[in-house]
Design a protein around this ligand. Structure first.
Ligand SMILES: [Zn+2]
Ligand SMILES: [Zn+2]
Length: 342
């Protein structure tokens, strides 16, 4: 895969540390954090650019960085939005109420929290110092959240040993590029029709005709001849069991993704440990990735029982290649054999 154009990512604590994936939206510089593990070493200047925090679940290794974020944002009057499993708003409130707040202004520290059940955001809470951090839930029913113009996040709650762990699917606006040599041989001159065609693409209005210099063209034909479209999206999934139900749920919601960011806590030889802790192995992650038709698998959250990153990466490379040769039917049969009931 070539480097994504619209975003960059990094694992703040590497692949062995507590999970925090930073995603920078290159279109406007906004930062989205996926999970809030240890943030001690996070770039101080970046805290104020964080717009959204997507929490998979609140096991300590995924949420202990909350205090660092809170500390860094005290003077900010900008709301910070969280998305996560049910109960998250109360957990955030409990953390905040563990401190004394007599010296801040009412408009400092304001939060919006969306809670996910199944594949909907079903509750929303807003709170700030102005209300002494108390809130009433608002009932909502959203299948996705627009985090930015044309950048959308969908979600699905999966099982992690009896609790929900939320997986996220992020799709960025399509990138449209003029195919230069096709344009040069088309005999057309540059003009407002170019942005008009792109506008129609985004509005789903390419079925009509377009007039350029008194000549009439089929808009969809002209568009596909002269422009290339690059989709950019990814899935973030961590801390789930390789259960039949989880695989069914995630594949029903998300597929044909470009990048799957996926935990691989364990090597495939340690599948018993993985099952006990409701985590994935290298083999499970590769099966899942191929099943979701991902073009690339990027793994993280390696157990500290291992020493070398390469031990895990080598297994991933091996399984990823091996499973690329399987037909969808064979892949399905293998998943059926390897997965287990909740
Ligand atoms: Zn974890
Ligand atoms: Zn966990």
């Amino acid at each position: 895969m070539s480097n994504p154009l619209t975003y960059s990512y990094s694992f703040v604590n590497g692949v062995f540390g507590d999970p925090v994936m930073e995603v920078v939206n290159k279109l406007n510089g906004s930062i989205y954090l996926f999970d809030l593990g240890d943030l001690k070493h996070y770039n101080a200047k970046s805290f104020n650019k964080v717009e959204f925090v997507f929490v998979s679940h609140t096991h300590m290794d995924h949420f202990c960085g909350f205090d660092h974020l809170l500390r860094a944002r005290i003077s900010s009057k900008k709301s910070l939005t969280f998305v996560g499993p049910k109960g998250l708003a109360q957990q955030i409130q409990s953390k905040i109420l563990g401190y004394t707040w007599n010296l801040i202004e009412p408009e400092q520290l304001s939060f919006i929290v969306y809670e996910i059940e199944d594949h909907h955001a079903t509750r929303m809470a807003r709170f700030s110092k102005a209300s002494e951090f108390s809130f009433d839930y608002e009932t909502i029913h959203l299948e996705s959240l627009d985090v930015d113009a044309n950048t959308k996040v969908e979600f699905v709650a999966l099982d992690h040993n009896g609790i929900d762990s939320i997986a996220y699917y992020v799709s960025f606006p399509d990138r449209i590029n003029l195919i230069q040599d096709k344009f040069e041989t088309s005999g057309l001159a540059q003009g407002p029709w170019m942005s008009e065609l792109q506008k129609r693409y985004f509005n789903g209005e390419l079925t009509s005709q377009i007039t350029i210099d008194e000549n009439v063209y089929e808009a969809d034909k002209l568009f596909t001849e002269l422009f290339s479209v690059k989709k950019e999206n990814f899935i973030y999934v961590t801390d789930i069991g390789f259960t039949k139900e989880n695989i069914q749920k995630i594949s029903a919601r998300f597929s044909q993704t470009l990048v799957l960011f996926c935990e691989t806590n364990f090597l495939s030889g340690d599948s018993d440990r993985a099952k006990n802790k409701a985590h994935l192995t290298t083999k499970y992650a590769c099966l899942l990735g191929r099943y979701l038709q991902a073009e690339q698998l990027i793994s993280f959250h390696y157990s500290s029982i291992y020493r070398e990153k390469s031990d895990i990466q080598n297994e991933i490379d091996e399984y990823w290649n091996k499973f690329s040769k399987l037909s969808p039917q064979k892949l399905k049969e293998l998943i059926e054999r390897e997965s287990y009931a909740n």
